[in-house]
Ligand binder design. Sequence first.
Ligand code: ADP
Ligand code: MG
Length: 482
Amino acid sequence: MEWETVIGLEVHAQLATKSKIFSGAATAYGAEPNTQACAIDLALPGVLPVLNREVVIMAVKFGLSVGAEVAERSVFARKNYFYPDLPKGYQISQFELPIVKGGSLDILLEDGSIKRVGITRAHLEEDAGKSLHEDFNGMTGLDFNRAGTPLLEIVSEPDLRSAKEAVSYLKTLHTLVRYLEICDGNMQEGSFRCDANVSVRPKGQAALGTRAEIKNVNSFRFVEKAIEYEVQRQIALIERGEKVKQETRLYDSDKNETRPMRSKEEANDYRYFPDPDLLPLCVTSEWVEKIRQTMPELPTQKRVRFEHQYELSAYDASLLAGHKALADYFEAVLKLTPAPAKLVVNWVMGDLAAALNKVNLDISKSPLSPEKMAGLLNRIHDNTLSGKLAKEVFEVLWEGNADTDTIIKERGLEQMTDSSEIEKIIQQIIDKNPTQLAEYQAGKDRLFAFFVGQVMKESRGKANPEQVNALLKEKLKGEMNV
Ligand code: ADP
Ligand code: MG
């Protein structure tokens, strides 16, 4: 039996506001426990929530970026459940009427094609506090700093068909919310986290299988592993004649397995009802238009523009557009050099990216400025430097303050393009290797590479390789006819 995987993701993006969704308390991460929880966050009697205008703007920006409908009227509801880190006894969320409805996200698949993934909805809600189980012997500590932090929950359609597709969707979304500057995307701190709904069905079957929901996986790698494990578990279960239970499961990265979770989510009767403390949220079309004016160029728009404007492949364009600072750097270099875009891409995403990676630096902190990079590319482009010498110059550029032209002069690195000089070297090498010459003449063609190597070595890497090839071919042909 062939099986098809079906995945839908629920992503919680913490909105990057300074204060909370319904109170003025700070949202900064890492403060002393309970120093950023005010009376509203703690649900002291008599307090009332007041909606933070900024979270609405951020949700609208997101809606516009995925081509969704921004609801003119949405409603905050109370989601009731009991848990110690939820002091009100309910979470304020949006249920029947979310602020963002529909839309889609285009993701890049491994084969280079683009897939459109449906977005069901995105709604605003508040985060809960945090239960701390580790530092307290036999007791649980409660930190309410996170209580009331604004979240945008983004729910996808069950359109994803593999763990890899799910990761691609997540990465695309992660890039998008950072472009929009509505979420810092920090996964270690939990600013961007995801629940994965996973089911399997026989290939060709239209009805969806029963799903399990894997909670709160906080890295791309773990999402992929958790889904892969879960898919295998479900297939094995069904093939044994058993049934998949609809339940919430937890991924254990140490054991690389998912297991059923005993949690607040289990009692699935939330008794949602409109929160009487909050008015319906009305977003006029004038306001939406005003927000639309402030939208930056989005990753997809940038990718398409790069493909057309610079004639880059979809792959190169989407890698660049996937990282705003990288795209900015690329364009800054291009403005400063006549070198073709493809050459710039190769150096920025090749040698420069590798060097940055080695020392764990983001491109925005590159010690090599766009000016310096352009200086190097100028000399590659006008053939002063061969690829090999360029790498040597790059190393020196990376280490210090010198610029390319100075390095070339100081080290005498100009490429040798004078054919009479190259011919002289070729003659020397042929004279020095009569045995190889005889063997080559006897038909051992692969010795050609030997001669190229010797010539390159003799020129200390400076001879222009294309010229060496052409001249050597001619010369050896000539020798044959003697
Ligand atoms: P809930 O709110 O109980 O988690 P929803 O019906 O809103 O349930 O679905 C949440 C997520 O689960 C969505 O992303 C949706 O695409 C996904 N989903 C729903 N049914 C399935 C299924 N059978 N297999 C995989 N994903 C599913
Ligand atoms: Mg859910």
